[in-house]
Structures are given as C-alpha cells and as structure tokens.
Design a protein around this ligand. Sequence first.
Ligand SMILES: Nc1nc2c(ncn2[C@@H]2O[C@H](COP(=O)(O)OP(=O)(O)OP(=O)(O)O)[C@@H](O)[C@H]2O)c(=O)[nH]1
Length: 248
Amino acid sequence: MVEIYGEVAPGKTRTPFLKREIQKFNSICLALVSKVSKLNRLLKMSDVKLAVLGGKGTGKSALTVRFLTKRFIGEYASNFESIYNKQLCLEGKPLNLEIYDPCSQSQKAKCSLTSELHWADGFVIVYDISDRPSFAFAKAIIYRIREPPTSHCKRMVEPAVVLVGNKQDLCHKREVGWEEGQKLATDFRCQFCELSAADQSLEVEVMFLRFIKDILMIFKHKEKRRPSGSKSMAKLINNVFGKRRKSV
Ligand SMILES: Nc1nc2c(ncn2[C@@H]2O[C@H](COP(=O)(O)OP(=O)(O)OP(=O)(O)O)[C@@H](O)[C@H]2O)c(=O)[nH]1
C-alpha cells in the first residue's frame, strides 16, 4: 500500500507536491509490475509438444527412448502409438515435454498429418541413411509440413522441423548421402543431423535439447509480438497517472 501524506508549506500551493508524489507512486507501480511479471515468467512452465515422424523401422522409437532413458533397447513394439511425458529443466526453467511416437501402421495413412499439425510445436523427421525409400518418405512429410497453411489450419508461425538421418553406424550400407540430407533440410528451413540411436546417446540428447531450445525461442518471439499482460498494465498506469499529471 502506498500512502500519500503531506502538509502544504505556507506560501506554496498543493499542486507541485501532489505532482511529485503521483510521479513517485507511478514509478513504484511500474517497478512492482515489472517485478511481478518477471516472477510470473520464472514460475510459468512451458509446454513443448514434439511429434517424431518417419518411415517404418527408421528408429523413431529408438531415438525417443534413447533421449528419455539414455538406453538403447533394440526392439520396440510398433503396433501402438505412444505419447511420452517428461518434466525437464532447461536453463533453470521448468518445462513439460510431450513426445508423440506414432505406430507404424498408421504412418502411411496419416500422411495428411492434419491433427499432428494442429498439435505439435515441432517435428522430428527421421529417415534411415541405409534405406533410400525412407528418405523419400521423410521428404513427403516435410513437403506436407511446409505446405502453405489452409484456411482451416492457420498457424501464426511455421512449425520447427529437424531432419534426422538415423543409423549412422550403418554407413557402410549408406544409400543417402549426408549432402542430400543437408540440402533437403536447408531447402525447407529445417535443422539437420545424422546420428545413431544405437551408438550415440550424447548426440541424441544434444539434438533433442537444441531443438527444444529453438522451439522455446520461437515461443519467445511469438510472445513479444502480442502485448503482454505486464505491458498492458504499465500502459494502463501510464494512462491514468500520465493524464492526471497533465491536468494537475
Ligand atoms: N543399426 C542401427 N539400428 C537401429 C538404430 N536405431 C534403431 N535401430 C533398429 O531399427 C529397428 C527399428 O527401430 P524402431 O525404433 O522400432 O523404429 P520405428 O521407426 O519406431 O519403427 P516403427 O514403429 O515400426 O515404424 C530396430 O530393430 C532397432 O533396433 C540405429 O541407430 N542403428
């Protein structure tokens, strides 16, 4: 609570005193608003939703499970879809991560991706470097994601995409060159990496974390574009007391 109290000195009018006090009050309010909004930002937990897509047997589950548990299991049930949930702390901020790993049967049928495009903040598109058809399938998914939005699916910003060439340990059987993957990614504004879910735990972790950080940056830019609650509040205070100052 801020109390404004004072006596008018003999020979002086009340106006300059009140003006100063209102200015002080105004700046205290602005400082408080900025502290509260900082606190809000610290406490606010972001939600990040990723969809891991790609051809059958490319290693979508292996990559997801490797990231979540640091383990490579080898064989994964592929006849049901899963949404994994994990709480993370990135740069000191809590984060609720959801990863969607679809089942292989629905992959081809689901190339429409309509529900995924609504749901996900980012897409991890996986192909197997030793399997050319899986690269063609990854390309088709990227084309679909980068299609201009239709009237019923308008997004403010285009979703983040990382293209992953998995099974790098099988490079003696390579059918897709590194340059091809890199070019596809560059042409469609995607990140790109090649790695092996089987052999490279750290690389898998770095790929996911870097991608999540990029998505958080996109969130930040989106927030900057719309006036935040604290800014509107500051504007309100300025309007009320700014106008009053002029009339005092
Ligand atoms: N050599 C090698 N094999 C891998 C790698 N990642 C996954 N695999 C194997 O590839 C096969 C398919 O892996 P999954 O993770 O089930 O692939 P998926 O894309 O989820 O498969 P579906 O759900 O059936 O579409 C399994 O036998 C894995 O052990 C890798 O980096 N290197």
